[in-house]
Design a protein around this ligand. Structure first.
Ligand SMILES: *Cc1c(COP(=O)(O)O)cnc(C)c1O
Ligand SMILES: [Zn+2]
Length: 389
């Protein structure tokens, strides 16, 4: 294993990999797994079979914090296709537009990349029961991987979570508890229960980041180690965006790529805490009101990785903005015409790419990858309302 230690993303405090903390005990910020990168570089250099191997999460095992690969809990996550969207390119006026279709994952969302690593770690820590707070997709994902590993799974979701995601979690045998009106309330409850009732806590923590950074690895791999100009990522807690940026920097650090893309993050209107902080150069302030949204998967009032999103966007000379429910719905319908059915939150990435192109932030000649984070069948009620409105 090449993982070396955990480091706090804010204050720099270091922790051993063996310690079971899920955030910095000094300042409460998210942690980050660090590796012996020179050793990884030695291993990969000139390793032709590795370069030829089809992309999937565990291809990148040397970048994952798991010592016994035989014990990896896997449902064949990752390896999702990267589509070139020619008709959309013409329509929007971008020379190259790619869609990373994360709906192809085993439970229909990118969360499976993180759950595979997280549940593998839960077994390493001898967990018997795990708990997770979720807007729905992480619940379904942890339920599936927990089932695969033979663990008891409890999920805590807010009221109004799309039914498809709950039925999915129940089919995987999870115990479903509805708590609070928003994800943020469900999260506080899951963290409390973990502490008081001895659950292993899963969710947007450092081991999930490691699995989810493989979205970034795969994009580069699928573009034959060419780097796109932009990658556009929907933001809920911000963990996926943070993870993708981390993965790209790791590839850069060991010399697999010689430049980095710019990262654009998108929040849905009404849940724009990070965008506001970015535009005003002020600290992130949590959203206090719950407003109706079609993008329930990213309706997060206090994103745990907000600071890390700001850092990634600054470092990459990237961009942040919101899109409206109408823009999102229109983008979802456009993706449908390309043969891709995505859930509303996923359509925000196309909506932002369009907006950035219109505003001239994305240049006509640039190449853009948008992340379609989850499958459209996850939330058909929202889409049927859009279709009949
Ligand atoms: C979880 C999720 C997101 C947001 O990802 P974060 O890591 O929370 O920022 C976006 N889209 C879908 C479909 C999701 O399930
Ligand atoms: Zn800290």
């Amino acid at each position: 294993m090449f993982a070396a230690k955990l480091v706090c993303t804010k204050c720099g405090e270091e922790y051993s990999l063996a310690c079971g903390v899920y955030k910095c005990t000094k300042c409460g910020s998210p942690l980050d797994v660090r590796y012996h990168y020179d050793d990884i570089a030695d291993l990969i250099q000139d390793n032709d079979p590795w370069f030829r191997e089809h992309p999937h999460v565990w291809k990148y095992w040397m970048f994952l914090p798991v010592s016994n690969l035989k014990k990896a809990v896997t449902l064949n996550e990752g390896g999702t296709r990267l589509y070139r969207a020619k008709r959309l390119e013409e329509k929007i006026g971008i020379s190259k537009l790619y869609i990373k279709n994360e709906g192809e994952n085993p439970t229909g969302a990118f969360k499976d990349r993180g759950s595979s690593v997280e549940i593998t770690k839960a077994l390493e820590f001898h967990a018997q029961k795990v708990i997770v707070a979720s807007t729905g997709n992480m619940a379904a994902s942890i339920s599936a991987y927990g089932a695969k590993a033979g663990l008891k799974v409890t999920i805590v979701v807010p009221e109004g979570t799309p039914e498809g995601k709950l039925v999915q979690a129940k089919m995987y045998g999870a115990n479903v508890e509805v708590f609070g009106k928003t994800y943020d309330e469900a999260l506080a409850e899951a963290e409390r229960r973990a502490l008081e009732d001895g659950y292993y806590l899963t969710g947007n923590y450092h081991y999930r980041v490691e699995g989810q950074k493989t979205t970034g690895f795969e994009i580069i791999d699928q573009l034959h180690f060419n780097v796109p100009d932009w990658i556009v990522v929907p933001i809920g807690a911000g963990t996926h965006l943070r993870a993708i940026w981390k993965g790209l920097k790791e590839f850069y650090r060991i010399g697999l790529i010689s430049e980095l893309p710019r990262i654009a993050g998108v929040q849905i209107e009404g849940y724009d805490s990070i965008v506001r902080a970015w535009k005003t150069s002020k600290p992130i302030e949590k959203i206090t009101k719950k407003v109706p949204t079609i993008a329930s998967a990213i309706a997060v009032k206090a994103p745990v990785d907000g600071e890390n999103v700001l850092k990634a966007v600054k470092e990459s000379n990237g961009y942040l903005d919101t899109v409206t429910n109408e823009e999102t719905a229109a983008a979802g319908l456009l993706l449908g015409r390309e043969g891709l059915f995505v859930e509303p939150s996923s359509a925000t990435s196309l909506a932002l790419a369009q907006k950035m192109r219109e505003e001239g932030i994305i240049d006509k000649g640039e190449s853009v990858v948008i992340i379609a984070t989850g499958h459209g069948l996850k939330d058909i009620n929202t889409w049927s309302k859009v279709l009949t409105s």
